[in-house]
Design a protein around this ligand. Structure first.
Ligand code: CP
Length: 305
């Protein structure tokens, strides 16, 4: 594997290997602290980010490497009309590996054809966000001790949420996974996800607008933000944005070992009162994101301890 565009680029064996390396980094950080010395990571972010960009940069620094890049398209020559592919070809002469976020689906894939260095898709439009999925899988593995035999609830914007589509794609490869999709009818899971992943693999799922009815069944509740930036019409966003707000009251009937996840940023969909609940895992996801990205950088640069 040279680039990472989508979670399907990784076999389950490679995902297991990444999780194993990330867990080893967590336990033995000193072993890895100089392993990428003189290597450079470029972060090319054409769309805003806090966690993904900074965790990639922290990951490379903790591996002993250096970072360069930009965090907004208007601080690069794309503001002068330069194409994404020319930008990436250029940066390929300066860096050993590139993490790239772009609002257009497929932009990182197009860019990967024009450079010899590994490109990591750090989120492309509503399509895919494979490194968030890796952070989610590491979190589930650490919380549950397994990636199989679970009922996973996804709640919120299941239409535009790229982290949702990527995680469904990844988890559907494991045994005994069932889903409960909780959303308003305007934000249901796209048909292509149902046809290509769920129906093709005979995976059981329920679609509902009622969060409370299914709460007691869930092992994982994956909350998502309504993706304002993907709406064509502000009035629709305003109408739908607070469709689901997770509060301590709604968790009374949930399992004692439920894991509450969210890729963040959150807006209003999880009350801050839930943060102290031991079942809240969303800041663990943030932290795990750095370790799994360290493992991924090592895999793509073909570096081992
Ligand atoms: N989860 C995630 O992608 O967060 P950022 O948009 O802050 O990178």
């Amino acid at each position: 594997m040279k680039h990472l565009m989508d979670i399907t680029d990784l076999t389950t064996m490679q995902i297991d290997e990444l999780i194993m390396t990330a867990n080893d980094i967590i336990v033995n950080p000193m072993k890895y602290q100089d392993i990428c010395i003189r290597k450079k990571l470029a972060t090319l972010f054409f769309e805003p980010s806090t966690r993904t960009r900074l965790s990639f940069e922290a990951a490379m620094i903790e591996l002993g490497g250096s970072v360069l890049g930009f965090s907004t398209s208007d601080s690069s020559s794309s503001a002068k009309g330069e194409s994404v592919t020319d930008t990436v070809q250029t940066v390929g002469y300066y860096a050993d590996i590139i993490a790239m976020r772009h609002p257009k689906e497929g932009a990182p894939l197009a860019a990967s054809k024009r450079t010899t260095v590994p490109i990591i898709n750090a989120g492309d439009g509503g399509h895919s966000h494979p490194t968030q999925t890796l952070a989610d899988l590491l979190t589930i593995q650490r919380e549950k001790g397994r990636l199989s035999n679970m009922t996973v609830g996804f709640c919120g914007d299941l239409k535009f949420g790229r982290t949702v589509h990527s995680l469904i794609n990844a988890l559907s490869r494991y045994e005994g996974i069932e889903y409960v999709f909780i959303s308003p009818k305007e934000l249901v899971i796209p048909d292509y996800v149902k046809a290509n992943i769920l129906d093709r693999n005979n995976i059981r799922y329920i679609e509902t607008a009622n969060m409370d009815e299914y709460m007691p069944k869930l092992d994982i509740l994956y909350m998502t933000r309504v993706q304002r930036e993907r709406f064509f019409n502000e009035a629709d966003y305003v109408r739908l944005k607070d469709s689901y707000i997770l509060t301590p009251d709604r968790l009374i009937c949930a399992k004692k070992d439920l894991s509450i996840m969210h890729p963040l940023p959150r807006v209003n969909e999880i009350s801050v009162k839930v943060d102290d609940d031991p079942r809240a895992c969303y800041f663990k996801q943030v932290n795990n994101g750095k370790y799994i990205r360290m493992a991924l950088i090592l895999m793509l640069l073909d570096i081992s301890v």
